[in-house]
Design a binder for this molecule. Structure first.
Ligand code: NAD
Length: 468
């Protein structure tokens, strides 16, 4: 791991982080962390690289991003295996995640040639608008999806002509660091995309306070996100916030219950429930409540919690001992309906395993119904009619995503429009596609990522009037 001292940015001035394999709790490696001074140097380098990068012709910038995508593609297996070790993601998920970075780069490689302005009719001249890059963009990434969330930021930001400094989560920096190396291999100039591993309170806060960072794109917990927004206010700095969630999965009596029950475990236990979009509240119409729970039980018990390197694994361990303790504390004292299992084996004894768990809260005011557990735990409550389902779904500080199962098209549209969340799916749990917008209502966030408009979110609109 000596490559971590890459390009002389890190000297270890900021201390070190010891990474742990979540599957076995074995030590993986120790990495240097950036200090404030090293973070400043990375930001200054990114600032120095900006004029040349914004001047790269649109076609050449597009070609460089396509080449970056190809190099990522050539290293898909390596990146996926790195994520399995560092984050305990199943190999199936990790392979998808590396592929998602490639796809996002390919998608936004079409943007440089399409950063259109407008020509607006005016008297006495010509009025045109330009989309101008912002400068240095700071991207702060959480530990739950280290590769995709990094790519959702740096793909469109680079395409729009910005340079990027990116801080991975302290416990999961390996794939981001590798991606920065692959960017150089693909021919992106030095300083255009720099990964700065380190602490949130050092590197992350510096992105917020450093005047040369013109936008902060933060994904993480709602509490830290509020602090980022407060800090950004000092310089009226732009922010995108992708925060927590407590999304509802609403099952109506006219739904195909077999399909809904078979799909529910994957919608909350994928990535061991460490997913901002996890459908961690299941709302079931009272008339089919018992039947639905009867169908859900075998689906949960059959959910394949395995060693993450097993190609059949649907779920692996949690990320850290701390996360395991936090999830267990949420469940303590709650009525557990049924659970799945965790794999056994002497080398797994110390790993951070928690079984898929279904709980029945005493009421909708229970902590487990209201707070983001960020683990493989789902709470189930009944509702009586459509109005109550919408009311219960919206009775939350969050509003990131949600699902509803019904065979009535009118109801599907009414409820999808009625639920206050950025991403809804009907008779499925699909949530994030790189070519459709993604983001939250209420305390789940501010702004949207992905989709056709993401490069505009990394641009200023400039209006120019030319007198004729
Ligand atoms: P976190 O808020 O603890 O950390 C997120 C990132 O912020 C990390 O890189 C961390 O080092 C950094 N950070 C910490 N303190 C900081 C500070 N004071 N200033 C600047 N940066 C700081 O979150 P986490 O535990 O890594 O991730 C889990 C959370 O992320 C969950 O709440 C989850 O819902 C959320 N999340 C949201 C989305 C979304 O798109 N809405 C996606 C994934 C995760």
């Amino acid at each position: 791991m000596s490559s971590l001292d890459y390009r002389g940015i890190l000297t270890g001035e900021g201390g070190t982080t010891t990474l742990i394999d979540p599957t076995t709790a074995a030590e993986l490696t120790t990495l240097p962390r950036a200090s404030i001074e090293e973070t400043d140097r990375a930001i200054e380098r990114a600032h120095a690289a900006f004029p040349a990068w914004r001047a790269v012709s649109p076609g050449d910038r597009a070609r460089l991003l396509r080449r970056f995508a190809s190099v990522v593609d050539e290293h898909l297996v390596e990146l996926a295996e790195l994520e399995v070790r560092n984050s305990g993601h199943t190999i199936g998920n990790a392979t998808w995640e590396a592929g998602n970075v490639r796809d996002v780069l390919n998608y936004y490689s079409a943007a440089p040639e399409r950063m259109f302005g407008r020509q607006i009719p005016v008297a006495g001249g010509v009025d045109i608008t330009f989309l101008e890059p912002l400068g240095v963009v700071g991207i702060i990434v959480p530990w739950n999806f280290p590769m995709p969330i990094a790519g959702w930021g740096f793909g469109p930001a680079l395409a729009a002509g910005n340079t990027v400094v990116l801080k991975p989560a302290e416990v999961t920096p390996l794939t981001a660091i590798r991606l920065a190396e692959l960017a150089l291999e693909a021919g992106l100039p030095e300083g255009v995309f720099t990964v700065v591993p380190g602490k949130g309170s050092v590197v992350g806060e510096r992105f917020v306070t450093h005047p040369l960072v013109r936008k902060v794109c933060f994904t993480g917990s709602t509490d830290v996100g509020k602090g980022v927004m407060r800090g950004a206010a000092d310089q009226v700095k732009a922010v995108t916030l992708e925060l927590g969630g407590k999304s509802a999965n609403i099952i109506f009596e006219d739904a195909d219950l077999e399909v809904a029950a078979a799909a529910a475990p994957g919608a909350v236990f994928d990535n061991a429930g460490q997913d901002c979009c996890a459908r961690s509240r299941i709302l079931v119409q009272r008339s089919v409540y018992e039947r639905f729970l009867g169908l859900l039980e075998p689906a949960v018990k059959g959910f394949r919690v395995r060693q993450p390197s097993d190609p059949d694994a649907e779920m692996g361990p949690l990320i850290t001992a701390g996360q395991l303790a936090s999830v267990a504390a949420y469940v303590e004292g709650t009525d557990i309906a049924f659970t799945g299992s965790v794999p056994v084996g002497s080398e797994l004894q110390q790993g951070f395993w928690y079984p898929p768990t279904v709980v029945i809260p005493a009421s909708a005011s229970d902590r487990i119904w209201r707070e983001e557990v960020f683990g493989p735990v789902v709470a189930v409550l009944p509702f009586d009619d459509e109005a109550e389902a919408i009311w219960m779904a919206n009775d939350s500080d969050f509003g990131l995503s949600g699902s509803l199962f019904t065979s009535d098209v009118g109801r599907a549209l009414r409820v999808a429009r009625g639920v206050e969340a950025g991403n809804l799916s009907v008779n499925s749990h699909s949530s994030v596609r790189y070519w459709t917008p993604f983001g939250g209502y209420k305390q789940s966030g501010l702004g949207r990522e992905l989709g056709p408009d993401a490069p505009a979110a990394f641009s200023e609109v400039k209006n120019v009037f030319i007198a004729t």
